[in-house]
Design a protein around this ligand. Structure first.
Ligand SMILES: Nc1ncnc2c1ncn2[C@@H]1O[C@H](COP(=O)(O)OP(=O)(O)OP(=O)(O)O)[C@@H](O)[C@H]1O
Ligand SMILES: [Mg+2]
Length: 313
């Protein structure tokens, strides 16, 4: 496994407010690393530091084992940057926008032409190449924003919430483009607060909150770290229900009755759902509904922070 970027003990303050607290992480060649975190987690600040757009107070950043402070220019040519805010010229055509950004990376002549074609094709805008950006939908603009970052075929594509506020079709298109870019050999750093996207494309995840890394791993690993599960059973009525009987079942950690809702926390893998149902039937209870908590990143985040990712925005 080759490490492309290594960040060591990075800290950053705006005026007096510290927003990044001593974070360390690496980006490995060929991965889609998702930086997942709510509003204000410092995702953009971290990314902008990596892109050389912001200074930082403490820490070190290495690209292929080379410290990048003094070699920023040399390093930037390996990056493709998709900023959180659209960076496009509305009165230029799609093609001219890509041409502008690709030229900044030194593309000329045939290489430039091929790069523009590659970028337009990758994001599905080939037939709109001659149209001005001002006529584009939000989703098309987002896709063009990506095209501007890939014409020079960067080693590392850094994307800051590239799917915010767009229709599902454009979003799917963007996620498919990212997978294609990975297949072409690009490494991708992708920030988002949508865990559905992370579930779909990540090969590894870093969860950030309040400028700190609170968990790191593959989605399977993160989901597996919880060793308990919650079962919620809706009863027709709760009269004379003995919770003691349910506590006696193996694997039961906690039982709580709120009105007609029975919440049971069990050890993962020892769910014993059949025994729970049998005990309820023995007590003549009518079961109206059973919900078993799904393993997803939302519950992982909730577990780690006590807050829901959906609530924060
Ligand atoms: N230029 C700035 N000056 C002062 N504070 C800032 C500045 N930019 C960001 N911050 C603060 O730094 C913290 C991290 O912000 P940042 O934009 O990096 O978060 P984020 O994870 O990208 O959030 P979002 O999901 O909203 O894009 C926030 O508390 C924010 O208010
Ligand atoms: Mg941001």
């Amino acid at each position: 496994m080759t490490t492309l970027i290594e960040v060591k003990h990075l800290s950053k303050s705006y005026q007096k407010k510290q927003v990044i607290h001593d974070i360390s992480f690496s980006i490995n060649e060929g991965e889609i690393l998702c930086l997942l975190g709510p509003n204000g987690a410092a995702k953009s600040t971290t990314i902008n530091i990596l892109c050389g757009l912001l200074n930082y107070d403490q820490g070190e950043i290495f690209y292929r084992n080379e410290k990048i402070e003094r070699n920023l220019l040399y390093y930037k040519k390996y990056l493709g940057i998709v900023p959180q805010e659209l960076a496009l010229y509305e009165d230029l055509t799609a093609e001219k926008n890509i041409q502008f950004f690709a030229s900044l990376y030194g593309l000329k002549g045939e290489k430039l032409k091929a790069g523009i074609d590659f970028a337009l094709r990758s994001v599905g805008l080939l037939e709109h190449r001659k149209e001005k950006v001002e006529t584009f939908s939000g989703g098309m603009k987002r896709r063009l924003n990506i095209a501007c970052a890939i014409a020079h075929e960067p080693e590392l594509l850094i994307m800051d919430e590239p799917t915010v506020g767009i229709d599902p079709q454009s979003r799917n298109h963007i996620l498919a483009t990212i997978r294609k870019m990975r297949k072409k050999g690009m490494t991708i750093l992708y920030t988002t607060h949508y865990m559905e996207e992370v579930e779909e494309i990540s090969t590894r995840i870093i969860i950030m909150d309040h400028g700190k890394i609170i968990a790191e791993g593959t989605k399977e690993w993160l989901k597996d770290r919880k060793n308990e599960k919650e079962i919620v059973i809706q009863l027709a009525d709760n009269s004379a229900l003995s919770l003691k009987e349910i506590y006696q079942i193996e694997g039961i950690m906690n039982v709580q009755l709120e009105e007609n809702e029975l919440k049971i926390t069990v050890i993962k893998g020892v769910e014993n759902l059949d025994s729970i149902i049998a005990k309820l039937i023995q007590q003549n209870k009518k079961i109206q509904n059973i919900v078993i908590e799904a393993d997803n990143l939302e519950t992982v985040f909730l577990d780690l922070t006590g807050r829901s990712l959906r609530d924060v925005r």
